[in-house]
Every structure is written in structure tokens, then in C-alpha cells.
Ligand binder design. Structure first.
Ligand code: BTX
Length: 244
């Protein structure tokens, strides 16, 4: 046990007041660290989203990355992004916030984004699971319409360290299921907490766009879309999903 009530995640915590990106720092030290080490910062000066996008990370939010070294077949590693989203949703529920997962890597509350998850890594060596959760920070001005925070939803500040510790415990729970190969439970929880199933969506993957109704998430975590041309299976990779 780590003292935080977790077995693997949070065995060691590296805290910065400021860093460029916790994911970048975690990648630098990953080979020398045991799995479960967490890098957390009060603010990031170059927080990253997917595909070179920026992640606004002012003080008050929870910006953290976990170093993982799972001995799992490479085809399963893409499911780690769901571990992050599931742990965040469970944490938010504990604080009375009914959040859901916007496949593949966001957590939303009342139609707005509260959290993003970014996994990066080197096959056979490590995976960095990065989580950005708006807690007591304001969403950036230009994103106010599409982003929210725990403080905004609850109308009061919450203890950042309580949120952090709850998230560590929830990550530990879901990661241990992953290590035990309990993928079916992970996918079924993902489906239960999904806010996309049954909705008309547009999938954007570089230059291609696909419109259809999201009807299922399969055993691999791929989204099944019903389109005018039949069923299409969309792997999560780097695709973006918009509601229509
Ligand atoms: P994403 O590419 O899916 O989402 C990025 C998009 O989200 C941005 O283009 C912007 O529209 C919006 N956005 C930016 N900042 C925020 C915010 N604070 N709240 C809500 N929406 C925002 C999602 O990428 C993955 C983000 C991972 C962030 C964590 S923080 C710790 C770790 N370190 C790091 O550099 N990244 C990860």
C-alpha cells in the first residue's frame, strides 16, 4: 500500500509547482522509474492535448501523468485511455458530479468538457497516462462554452488533494483490473458511462469525416457506427468525435 490506499498507482509522487508538461517530464524519467510513479504539477506552461493541441493548465486544476509498465499484449494498450476516463468519472461521482465519458478520451458534464486523457508511450517500455481535470480553475475564456470545472458545477471550491487522492485510488482499481486481463469489465463500464451511445455523431480523422449513429462499443473499445452505408467500426486512435 502506498499510504494513499492504492497498491501500484502513487507509490511515488513527484510534485512540481510549474512544469512544461507532466507527460513530457514523465516520458523523460520513465525508464528509470518503477511503474505507478505519478508526476503532478500545480500548473503547466505547455500542457498538451492530442495531435499537437494545447491543454490549458492554470493553477487550481489537476494536471498529472502516471508512468505505467504493463505486461500486456500491445493490442490491449490502447484501452489504457479508458482506465483514465473511468477513474475520473468515478471520482467525479464521489463528489456528486454526474459525469460521463465522451468516447474516446474526454469526460463531460452537462454537455461540457471537464477532463481530457492523453496516453503516450513506447511499445514494450512504458505508457504515460496523462490526465487533465478542471477542478478549481476557470476554463479558458475562449472555451467557456464547451468547458467546465468541478468548482463551476458545484458552486464551491473542492479540496484539490482530496480529488487527487480519490483519483489515485480509482486509477489503481481500474489499472489492476486491466493487469488481470479483465477487459470485458472495463469495456462494459465504459459503455455504461458513455454519453455517445444512441447519438448522431461525426467522426473526424485527419481529412476523413464519417457521420452516423453510435450504436455500440466493441470488445476492443472501437465505436460501432450505423451509417447510411451500413455498420462501420471506428478504432479510437486519434479520432475526434462531435455531436450532431
Ligand atoms: P484533446 O486533443 O482531445 O483536447 C484538446 C482540446 O480541448 C483543445 O484543443 C481545446 O479545445 C480543449 N481544451 C484545452 N484545454 C482545456 C481545458 N483545460 N478544459 C477543457 N477543454 C480544454 C485531451 O486532448 C487530452 C488532454 C490531456 C491533458 C493532460 S494534463 C496532464 C498531462 N500533461 C500534458 O501535457 N497533457 C496531459
Amino acid at each position: 500500500m502506498s499510504g494513499l490506499g492504492s497498491e501500484i498507482i502513487g507509490r511515488k509522487i513527484i510534485h512540481f509547482h510549474e512544469v512544461d508538461s507532466t507527460n513530457e517530464y514523465a516520458k523523460l524519467i520513465a525508464l528509470d522509474e518503477r511503474e505507478g510513479t505519478v508526476v503532478v504539477a500545480d500548473r503547466q506552461t505547455a500542457g498538451k492535448g492530442r495531435k499537437g493541441r494545447t491543454w490549458a493548465s492554470p493553477e487550481g486544476g489537476l494536471w498529472m501523468s502516471v508512468i505505467l509498465k504493463p505486461k500486456a499484449e500491445p493490442k490491449h494498450l490502447s484501452k489504457l485511455v479508458f482506465i483514465g476516463a473511468l477513474a475520473v468519472v468515478d471520482t467525479l461521482w464521489k463528489f456528486g458530479i454526474e459525469a460521463g465519458i465522451k468516447w474516446p478520451n474526454d469526460v463531460w458534464v452537462n454537455g461540457r468538457k471537464i477532463c481530457g486523457v492523453l496516453t503516450e508511450g513506447r511499445i514494450g517500455e512504458f505508457v504515460i497516462l496523462g490526465i487533465g481535470l478542471n477542478v478549481n480553475n476557470d476554463a479558458p475564456e475562449e472555451l467557456r462554452k464547451m468547458a467546465t470545472s468541478m468548482r463551476e458545477f458545484l458552486g464551491r471550491e473542492v479540496s484539490l488533494s482530496e480529488v487527487f487522492h480519490a483519483l489515485i485510488r480509482n486509477l489503481d482499481h481500474w489499472y489492476r483490473l486491466f493487469l488481470n486481463g479483465r477487459y470485458a469489465e472495463i469495456i462494459s463500464a465504459l459503455k455504461e458511462r458513455s454519453i455517445v451511445l444512441g447519438k448522431e455523431v461525426k467522426i473526424i480523422d485527419d481529412e476523413t469525416e464519417l457521420v452516423g449513429r453510435a450504436v455500440d462499443i466493441d470488445v476492443d473499445g472501437a465505436l460501432i457506427l450505423e451509417t447510411p452505408k451500413g455498420r462501420v467500426r471506428v478504432l479510437h486512435g486519434d479520432v475526434s468525435l462531435r455531436f450532431l
